[in-house]
Design a protein around this ligand. Structure first.
Ligand code: 5AD
Ligand code: SF4
Length: 478
């Protein structure tokens, strides 16, 4: 039995699917130590905030949440507050947490997740030592190397005073990520599977290459083993995760090879992936949509901007024409493919003409859905230093125009689904109405329809009755 047995936990996750999955892994690690989820965050013994640093509003939300935890810490003496994730890979953020929130017990980065149980045990030992010292037992003032004997290099923050019980573990990068970690998944019937970590692309606005390190692909045999285990445990859909899955390289396997091998696994009905960088989308992958029965006809293909001039300054390494050509080739090969995207408005130097090109590209592609972002200055990225930053007023004006345009297209596209029968993998019961189920079509459209919760985890035919901006409504086909 470990010192953690019986403790309750709660994890607050900001950001992308990668972070969601890291949180599932942390939950799995804690449960393996005998911890269990708290019914209510306010009652939890351990709270972990898994942070995101992609845009500035994530920073603000993090500090707001951290402020709330302070009260909990004051009320419960044994309480453990942890912060981790992308934001902690930035030195100035770690300094801010250490100085302004000294009551945070554990700080760790994106490469130290597997150490979570060890860090918690160490904190408990430190607290016991401290309590002993305060009651007269020997207190040394020496410093302790926290990662001694672990086989990887000591980073900047890994030395602490013995008077301080805090545990801080950060690594700038890690060449090989650990395998075989448990995960407590959000759903029984679908799972995230990391196929690679990190990013080498250095888009000029993006912080991710600095927080997640260089690209490293998992070995195909490890991925296949994980997916076989998942399907043996009832998983029917996997989403393969990576910052740029198209540059997956496992030995001599590329991403399309991996998809073809996964397609052979019995019981695996659906394969999805995200995210795809347009510059690396291969013809072979495009052909795989038609060749692999379980590969869903859906792609998230971030364009970021519609003007080649902006794309070049973003360091995206494709032009508007090349992107549009990719979309045409995808649609030629897979006529029913649904396409979503990410778009940034107000990138430094974006002129009205550049922005008009983004609008016209969106009209031309007619995306099924889009995530639209206001450009956010990220310290340490090249674009943060560009001289021609756009005013907040212009950014917001362009953003509102783009969102209105995207929503109108989504609504029109969804309305055209009325009358069609879609195969829906049922995810759960609607939060608003317990008689309504929700799930996803092969093309990743969200569908609400009346039904019995016994259908959760099954793929069922649903006749679409109505298409709205962000979802479809339907009725079960007999
Ligand atoms: N500002 C605004 N949006 C950004 N993204 C990444 N970095 C920034 C930034 N600095 C967006 C991109 C990316 C998505 C995950 O977040 O569109 O595809
Ligand atoms: Fe960021 Fe570009 Fe890498 Fe995506 S591909 S994570 S936007 S640097």
């Amino acid at each position: 039995m470990s010192g953690l047995t019986g403790k309750t936990y709660n994890i607050i996750t900001f950001g992308c699917q990668m972070n969601e999955h890291d949180s599932e892994t942390m939950a799995g690690l804690l449960q393996r130590e005998g911890c269990f989820p708290a019914a209510d965050r306010a009652e939890a013994d351990i709270v972990i905030i898994n942070t995101c640093s992609v845009r500035e509003n994530a920073d603000k939300r993090f500090f707001g949440t951290l402020g709330q935890l302070k009260k909990q810490k004051a009320l419960r003496p044994g309480f453990i507050a942890c912060v981790c994730g992308c934001m902690m890979q930035q030195e100035h953020m770690v300094t801010a947490v250490k100085q302004q929130y000294p009551w945070v017990d554990i700080v760790f980065g994106t490469h130290n997740i597997d150490d979570l149980p060890g860090m918690l045990e160490e904190l408990l030992v430190n607290r016991r030592k401290q309590a002993g010292a305060e009651s007269g037992a020997g207190l040394s003032g020496e410093t302790t190397p926290l990662l001694s004997g672990r086989g990887y290099t000591l980073a900047k923050h890994e030395i602490r005073s013995a008077k301080d019980s805090r545990v801080i573990r950060l690594m700038d990068d890690r060449p090989v990520m650990p395998e075989g970690l448990p995960a407590k998944r959000l759903f029984r019937h679908k799972a995230f599977v990391n196929i690679m970590y990190g990013c080498n692309n250095f888009c000029s606005y993006c912080i991710v290459p600095y927080t997640r390190g260089r690209e490293k692909s998992r070995r195909p045999e490890d991925i296949l083993r994980e997916v076989r285990n998942l399907t043996a445990n009832g998983v029917r859909e996997v989403t393969l995760l990576g910052q740029n899955v198209n540059s997956y390289r496992g030995g001599d396997w590329n991403f399309a090879d991996l998809i073809h091998a996964l397609d052979e696994i019995p019981g695996l009905d659906r394969i999805r992936f995200m995210t795809s960088h347009p510059k690396d989308l291969s013809d072979r992958l495009i052909a795989s949509f038609a060749q692999c029965a379980s590969l869903c006809h859906y792609i998230h293909l971030p364009v970021q901007a519609g003007s080649s001039r902006t794309l070049e300054r973003m360091n995206r390494r494709y032009t508007r024409e090349k992107y549009l050509d990719l979309v045409h080739r995808l649609r030629d090969a897979v006529p029913d493919i649904t396409i979503s995207t990410d778009i940034i408005v107000g990138f430094p130097g974006e002129t009205e003409e550049d922005f008009e090109e983004t609008l016209s590209l969106a009209e031309e592609v007619r995306y099924d859905s889009a995530f639209t972002f206001l450009y956010s200055k990220r310290k340490g990225t090249p674009a943060a230093e560009f001289p021609d930053q756009i005013s907040e007023e212009d950014k917001h004006r362009r953003f509102d125009r783009l969102v209105a345009c995207m929503n109108a297209i989504s609504e029109e596209k969804n309305a055209a689904y009325a009358g069609r029968v879609e195969q829906v993998l049922v995810d759960g019961v609607s939060k608003k109405d317990s008689r309504v189920l929700n799930g996803r079509t092969d093309g990743f459209k969200l569908v609400d329809f009346p039904g019995d919760p016994s259908l959760i985890g099954k793929i069922v035919p649903v006749r679409i009755t109505e298409g709205k901006t962000f979802s479809l409504r339907g009725a079960l086909e007999p």
